[in-house]
Ligand binder design. Structure first.
Ligand SMILES: Cc1cc2nc3c(=O)[nH]c(=O)nc-3n(C[C@H](O)[C@H](O)[C@H](O)COP(=O)(O)OP(=O)(O)OC[C@H]3O[C@@H](n4cnc5c(N)ncnc54)[C@H](O)[C@@H]3O)c2cc1C
Length: 406
């Protein structure tokens, strides 16, 4: 922890080409998922005639708006498999990408505040262990040892009754992760094209043949959608619907402090998740705003409610000054699990529905989606997360483990 040197300015890290008339694969969305997919397409499958089209600037969406929590302690086998695969990729990512991403395995605590929370959490710890995911149940006293500034008194609205702890979990520096993927993808021949908005698709019967953009039509052998909260607007252009709702999700940071918060703490009940960034800001996220929308900001009352409970849990925060707040648009599914795989349109693939928790999945989802595009067939990791589970009913309900916001 502590301050470190800034890297080279991002505009020198990748090329900024004009779009070519045609690509083997076009990826819509230059967030973490789109960039990682492009990288693994090139690295693992040798497919380099690829463009990532981003309507704004790389990582201007949720990728650099999230609170960067990385963990794999989800309940069901299918989720544990993909999130744990992702965590393993995180563990080798700095070396793989040759770039500092400040991946810090400082552990993540998920607090329990009710008897039902305790039962659910203990069940999840057992399930995690069966799946080879490191997980522990910790008492309030152990919580206090891991995070000394936390209030474990009984006189607060949500007393701490214990928690789950994943030691290998942690945080990373989100914009640097995007730059690292962008740099390597660009070196491998991928075109990263900013200010290029996809406005429609060209089709030949049921097959996609290209994208329409504000910079002209681009032909594509295959098209992948990795547009997070804006996915449903794209699928509507392609003629099918996805069961996701787009909600604002907010976060905030304090001014810089000495290191006082050594781990990551999440609480479903208090509706807050907190870590301390490498520079020293306290980084906190809230729950989603209940309305749907695409404006990248949330309501003040949501963050106010969350902060009042957070201050009870962390009394020291009462002295911290707020530096800034912001919002992103998250794509929430009804089972709180993602959608990664084929679509009803031939040659079109989808990666969305990660809701409030898709940063941790960037390497894993990129790896799985790249395989799916290369083979026109899902990888075993994403097979259960197919779009048709909303028809078959084979849902993967992760509301408990998806944590605070959905
Ligand atoms: C406040 C907040 C806190 C969060 N905290 C965490 C956390 O602690 N841990 C965690 O794991 N996850 C967290 N998340 C969720 C995580 O950020 C997202 O699930 C994940 O970033 C989504 O994938 P992405 O990075 O590729 O999306 P984005 O970065 O949103 O990328 C999608 C891109 O698509 C582009 N796009 C959209 N439409 C078009 C179009 N028509 N043409 C071209 N481009 C288009 C957008 O501009 C955008 O850049 C949080 C999210 C928010 C908002």
């Amino acid at each position: 922890m502590g301050q470190r040197e800034l890297p080279e300015h991002p505009s020198f890290l990748w090329h900024n080409p004009d779009p070519k008339p045609s690509y083997d694969v076009v990826i819509v969305g230059g967030g973490g998922h789109g960039l990682a997919t492009a990288y693994y397409l090139a690295k693992n499958h040798g497919i380099t005639n690829v463009a990532v089209l981003e309507r704004g600037w790389l990582a201007g969406g949720n990728m650099a708006r999230n609170t960067t929590i990385i963990r794999s302690n989800y309940l069901w086998d299918e989720s544990a498999a993909i999130y744990e695969h992702s965590l393993k990729l995180w563990e080798g990512l700095e070396e793989d990408l040759g770039y500092d991403i400040f991946f810090s395995q400082r552990g993540v605590l998920n607090l329990a505040h009710t008897l039902q929370d305790v039962r659910d959490s203990v069940r999840r710890v057992e399930a995690n262990r069966l799946n080879g995911v490191d997980a522990e149940w910790v008492t309030p006293e152990q919580v206090k040892e891991l995070c000394p500034i936390i209030n474990i008194g009984q006189d607060i609205r949500y007393p701490v009754m214990g928690g789950t702890y994943q030691p290998r979990a942690g945080i990373a520096k989100h914009d640097w992760v995007a730059w690292a993927y962008a740099r390597r993808a660009s070196e491998l021949g991928v075109d990263l094209i900013q200010n290029c908005e996809v406005t429609g698709f060209t089709m030949d019967g049921d097959r996609v043949t290209g994208v329409r953009t504000n910079r002209g039509d681009i032909k594509a052998g295959r098209v992948a959608l990795a547009a997070a909260g804006h996915t449903s607007t794209l699928t509507e252009m392609a003629g099918f619907r996805v069961p996701i709702q787009s909600h604002p999700l907010q976060a905030l940071v304090s001014e810089l402090h000495e290191i006082i918060h050594p781990t990551v703490v999440m609480s479903n009940h208090v509706h807050v998740y907190v870590s301390q960034a490498h520079k020293g800001e306290l980084v906190m996220g809230a729950g989603v705003d209940t309305y749907n929308g695409y404006g990248q900001r949330g309501s003040f009352h949501v963050i106010e409610h969350q902060m009042s409970a957070a201050v009870e849990l962390f009394p020291a925060f009462a002295r911290a000054h707020l530096l800034r707040t912001w919002g992103g648009i998250v794509d929430v599914t009804l089972d709180a699990s993602p959608i990664v795989g084929l679509t009803p349109v031939e040659g079109m693939y989808i990666d969305c529905g990660w809701g409030t928790g898709g940063f941790k999945a960037v390497p894993g989802a990129g790896f799985a989606l790249a395989h799916t595009i290369a083979h026109d067939e899902p990888h075993d990791l994403n097979r259960p997360f197919a779009l048709d589970r909303f028809v078959t009913g084979a849902l993967i309900d992760e509301h408990g483990a998806a944590a605070v916001a959905h």
